[in-house]
Design a protein around this ligand. Sequence first.
Ligand code: FES
Length: 108
Amino acid sequence: MIKFNLNGRKIETDAPPTARLLDVIRDDFNLIGTKEGCGEGECGACSVFVNNLLQNSCLIPIGSIEGAEVVTIEGIMESDQFKILDESYSEAGGVQCGYCIPGMVMAS
Ligand code: FES
């Protein structure tokens, strides 16, 4: 059993240690805001914070995050930074794909 924190909640999974973090958070916890684009660490669509560092979840085996703090886009949706970005996208008629928001929030 692998235990870690996901968006502030203590959780555990019996996923195989080699399962990708991307698949576990989407399939086991239904956090589908994290997307798969390239699946090989190039595009960033799968970005999540792991211990406050932006990481490509498609490259992270779940077995390596025992005890880590993982934050997905769902975990920052209530932040003031996210609300400002969300409103700005709406006002500009922009399409928000989830690709850049974690990086923009982290930089602010
Ligand atoms: Fe493209 Fe992970 S899906 S970097």
